[in-house]
Write a protein that binds this ligand. Structure first.
Ligand SMILES: *Cc1c(COP(=O)(O)O)cnc(C)c1O
Length: 355
């Protein structure tokens, strides 16, 4: 607290990211990073940028990256916006499209950053409860008097995916506001709403290179939508920071997006490991929600989640525990899917712990 703080700063309730401990080497299954290296082509492209050219500003329009993304999703480049991680894209979208005075609809259990952005821009959240099985119920998104809707598909931290027809129902029920679909995990097994972009001028699809493309370290995310929605984001971005994507990130992200073979290879590996891990966790008595992501959300009927979290940490394995005070999810753990070896180490530790 400082006497120089504005009331705004004092009122904020900032996002708390998962631990990134620097003290020792953990098996990190707590922040949904990829256990695999980024595309080798992306690494080479980034290394090439470490040169005298770094004295120059990067391309403020990120043309190479937008072209690669447009090609990959069969859109025009003016339907693509890129930012410093999808968190930045979300922050700009909230400021631009949801701060109009009415509440913003999103699920009661979802990515916790949405509430933080809402606080930052003085947007009132209109929380729509997931059903008892942690499903988003599309009919709950009808007749809302809101500034916009955010749907996370697949949802986090539950891991559950909605079919495209449900996303379409939400879009049809909310034609006069922007419906933002956060698809941070879509490459791990859900249907993307990108195919609906040309049909729905109110649809903004947000994705990231941090999870499926194993590039959390370079901070690149993007939005896909109608060119008018994208132009709005560009106006905001260019009123704040013209160069959020540096030369190294731009080169790496472009090469990573172009390397679709590698993307598929590491996603397939993660999906296979996930299916194996679910079997092992269930054999240990966990109940695991069906996951279309690179993590699983699990609870044990006999052993307290916080105790499991602490005991695993003691043994050098980090998973995400959101706090025992959290309604409905206070006894759940979110476990990122690591390599087969990391998941085997987890299973061994859990077996010892539960016996
Ligand atoms: C990880 C995550 C993000 C943020 O990703 P970055 O691109 O790394 O900022 C956004 N939304 C959801 C649901 C996420 O899980």
């Amino acid at each position: 607290m400082s006497r120089f703080w504005t009331d705004k700063i004092a009122s904020l309730d900032p996002y708390v990211p998962g631990e990134q401990p620097q003290d020792k080497k953990y098996i990190k299954l707590n922040t949904n990073e990829s256990p695999y290296a980024p595309s080798p082509k992306a690494l080479v492209a980034m290394q090439e940028q470490v040169s005298e050219r770094l004295r120059l500003y990067p391309d403020p329009n990120c043309v190479t990256l937008k072209t690669a993304l447009a090609k990959s999703y069969q859109l025009n480049t003016d339907q693509v916006f890129v930012g410093n991680g999808s968190d930045e894209v979300l922050a700009l979208a909230f400021m631009g499209y949801f701060a109009g005075g009415k509440p913003l609809a999103f699920a009661d259990i979802t990515y916790s950053f949405y509430k933080v952005y809402a606080g930052l821009y003085s947007i009132e959240p209109k929380l729509i409860p997931l059903d008892d099985d942690f499903n988003i119920v599309p009919t709950d998104y009808e007749n809302l008097d809101v500034s916009g809707v955010v749907v996370t598909n697949p949802n986090a931290p539950t891991g559950k995916a909605l079919p495209l027809s449900d996303i379409e129902a939400i879009l049809n029920a909310n034609p006069d506001v922007v419906v933002l679909v956060d698809e941070a995990y879509v490459d791990f097994g859900a249907q993307s709403a990108v195919t609906l972009v040309n049909q729905y001028p109110n649809l903004l699809v947000v994705q990231t290179l941090s999870k499926s493309r194993a590039l959390a370290g370079i901070r690149v995310g993007y939005a896909l939508g109608h060119s008018d929605l994208i132009e709005g984001l560009e106006r905001l971005k260019n009123s704040f920071n013209s160069y959020p994507i540096d030369r190294i990130a731009l080169a790496g992200a472009t090469a990573a997006v172009e390397d679709e073979t590698y993307l598929k290879e590491i996603c397939d590996k993660t999906i296979a490991t996930r299916e194996q891990s679910v079997k092992e966790l269930e054999a240990l008595g966990f109940s695991v929600l069906p996951s279309a992501t690179n993590f699983v959300f699990a609870t044990h009927p006999k052993k307290n989640a916080e105790q499991i979290y602490l005991a695993l940490k003691e043994q050098g394995i980090l998973v995400r525990f959101f706090g025992s005070n959290k309604p409905r999810i206070g006894n759940y753990l979110r476990i990122t899917i690591g390599t087969d070896a990391e998941m085997a180490a987890l299973a061994t530790a859990l077996k010892a712990l539960l016996s």
